[in-house]
Write a protein of this length. Structure first.
Length: 267
């Protein structure tokens, strides 16, 4: 089994550099924000953080490929770093502290690419989560001061806490009625948004979460953290991993129930 300790250490170094860059510009009155062709915002901090991470990867892992939200794909090979410099840019530009830098390493295997290392760093919340395949999932300020993550043992939807990002995407997918049914049937719903619901699932604070439309860089790091915490991360089609363009994450015990409300086979 490959040992991902070195990659995990590098991931923390990359996250430290990104945190410094993003926090320096958070709530800056002169922050420059542009609109991308897909009408989503991008700030100068998104670009600066990704450039920083790419520069360090070029020095430390010159043979690895890189895919980032702001500057696309470069390189080829069985190992590929996936970067979302600021997941939650809309929060970032408004001064809401719920945003994070997501860094993942994906490795090619028999079943295609799978995420093997993930770091989710949310400096404005003063939180960081990470995981590597076979090594477990953790939260803390550093590799040496960390708490192991474990998903909840809630086994009934009626007792479950469900987290999501927004309503609009479910309506566009024709899944709004399933979403509302799930909201009514479960114990509690909250819209924490972006990366945070997945981390709460990994912590055992929330039991299920789902989003109708996502990119690979939104999911790769979150997927390995959820899985290594003992949970399950799939697309709404039930396929394991971050490749479906959407996500369903759970403590594992509730996964079939979650997909029965929101999955591609659900009505």
């Amino acid at each position: 089994m490959p040992d991902y300790h070195d990659d995990l250490r590098l991931g923390h170094v990359l996250a430290d550099a990104a945190d410094a860059a993003t926090m320096e510009r958070f709530k800056a009155l002169d922050l420059k924000v542009e609109t991308k062709p897909d009408m989503t915002p991008v700030s100068e901090a998104d670009k600066a953080a990704e450039e920083l991470i790419r520069g360090q990867l070029q020095r430390a892992r010159p043979r690895d490929a890189v895919l980032g939200e702001e500057f696309g794909s470069e390189g080829a090979g069985p190992r590929r770093w996936i970067i979302d410099p600021i997941d939650g840019t809309k929060n970032y530009v408004r001064g809401v502290p719920v945003w994070a830098t997501l860094i993942a390493l994906m490795e090619r295997g028999e079943g295609g690419d799978r995420p093997v290392v993930g770091i989710v760093s949310a400096p404005a919340l003063n939180r960081r989560w990470w995981a590597a395949e076979g090594l477990g999932a953790f939260t803390g300020r550093s590799l040496t001061s960390a708490t192991r993550l474990q998903v909840s043992k809630v086994g009934r939807i009626q007792d479950a806490s469900f987290a999501y990002s927004s309503l609009t995407g479910w309506e566009e997918r024709g899944k709004l009625s399933g979403f509302l049914d799930l909201s009514r049937d479960c114990w509690r719903t909250r819209a924490y948004g972006d990366f945070w619901p997945y981390m709460l699932v990994a912590e055992g604070a929330v039991d299920i979460c789902a989003e109708p439309e996502l990119s690979l860089w939104d999911m790769a790091a979150c997927a390995v953290v959820v899985n290594e915490a003992g949970g399950q991360f799939t697309g709404l089609d039930g396929k394991p991993g971050p490749h479906s363009g959407n996500a369903a994450a759970s403590n594992g015990l509730l996964h079939e129930d979650l997909l029965s409300y929101l999955g591609d086979a659900a009505h």
